[in-house]
Ligand binder design. Structure first.
Ligand SMILES: *Cc1c(COP(=O)(O)O)cnc(C)c1O
Length: 366
């Protein structure tokens, strides 16, 4: 009988900080496809898979963390959650708040949210506050709100978020039979690279600074090793590459348009302890990688997601990819969230023909 995936809390309960009687707020997140991408293998001399996080319920990996964060709030008397967002966190928080019967406030940088993500927050009934500022300003406001008012902060500075997000590393190991040699992912606020590193370490029976419990040492190891963590930022929003916060981050990849990452220390630890690196790519490289994924892999991702693949291709050009390495790229969010950027200047109006077979044959050049 077909097995219905139960969401990351039920699938990995023994490795998450949740009690047997705690409420579980889930939309069935996780269990996302790990798709081999031969075209990327050919270009890099490696074996490459993409972890398609756009297949989550609200279309990004944020759902993995949100099921944990919102379940935790649901166990308390707090009736409202707040988040700062470049779009996907608000989409996810709004949806999970609906499931939990909580209200949701989202603090967004005005004019910098992709249309699909804004639509999600609206249809799920969140209250939107648009700020004349960037994501970093929004996060400061959301933190201050949560400090002074009875609202719970569900950004990735909430430790339950990283706990949920680490399950993606578990799934990769479960699918491949062990950790890959290299894991590549886009870096914005740097919660996800920290969460993957925590997950890989826990599955290998090691602990990290970001662990909040002792699951890594309590349970038998599943993996024999951990991967190198490669992080990729957009050139106009690359604080880790610069070694300091960026005051006015700019990139077409709005989900990683962040100048002052909250999980700075964890991400630096993931990079250094794994023997990896964090580099940057241009917006043009990001859009090329997005187009390549769509046209030659069959996976439509949003621009920020394509940064991982752009970074891998750049590393290959610089001869930094070991021959035959097993590499996983996380593609973080669904392309449908931002069709305007994906289509660019492409016309979306196909040629209109007469309603006849002959006209269709002529139009197709058959
Ligand atoms: C949130 C997000 C990122 C960045 O993840 P961080 O944990 O902030 O580094 C990248 N891509 C997408 C699609 C996102 O939603």
């Amino acid at each position: 009988m077909a097995h219905q995936w139960r969401g990351v809390i039920e699938e990995y309960r023994d490795r998450l900080p949740i009690g047997a009687d705690d409420p579980v707020v889930t939309l069935g997140e996780g269990g996302t496809p790990l798709v081999e991408a031969p075209v990327l293998g050919e270009r890099t001399g490696a074996r490459v898979w993409v972890k398609v996080e756009g297949a989550n319920p609200t279309g990004s990996f944020k759902d993995r963390g949100m099921t944990m964060a919102i379940s935790n709030v649901a166990a308390t008397d707090t009736r409202m959650v707040v988040c700062a967002s470049t779009g996907n966190t608000s989409a996810s928080a709004a949806a999970y708040a609906v499931r939990a019967g909580l209200s949701c406030a989202v603090v967004l940088p005005a004019g910098k949210i992709a249309a699909g993500k804004l639509a999600q927050a609206i249809v799920h009934g969140a209250t939107l506050v648009a700020v004349d500022g960037n994501f970093d300003d929004c996060l400061r406001i959301a933190r201050d709100l949560a400090e002074a008012y009875p609202v719970a902060l569900v950004n990735s500075v909430n430790p339950y978020r990283l706990q949920g997000q680490k399950t993606a590393a578990f799934e990769v190991v479960d699918a491949l039979g062990d950790a890959p040699d290299i894991h590549v992912l886009p870096v914005g606020n740097a919660g996800n690279i920290s969460a993957y590193w925590m997950g890989y370490n826990e599955y290998a029976g090691r602990t990290t600074a970001s662990s909040v419990d002792d699951t890594a040492t309590r349970l038998a190891p599943v993996a024999t090793r951990v991967p190198q963590m490669w992080g990729v930022q957009a050139e106009g929003a690359a604080p880790f590459v610069k070694g300091a916060p960026v005051e006015h981050p700019e990139t077409v990849a709005t989900a990683i348009r962040i100048g002052n990452p909250a999980s700075w220390d964890y991400a630096v630890a993931a990079r250094d302890d794994s023997g990896g690196w964090i580099d940057s790519v241009t917006d043009a490289q990001i859009l090329d990688a997005q187009a390549l994924l769509a046209a030659e892999v069959g996976v439509f991702v949003e621009p920020a997601s394509a940064a991982s693949v752009a970074g891998l291709l750049q590393a290959a050009e610089h001869h930094k990819v070991p021959a035959g390495a097993r590499i996983v790229c996380t593609v973080t969010g669904n392309g449908l969230k931002d069709t305007a950027t994906a289509l660019g200047h492409t016309s979306v109006e196909p040629e209109v023909i007469a309603p006849t077979l002959e006209a269709a044959v002529a139009a197709l050049g058959l």
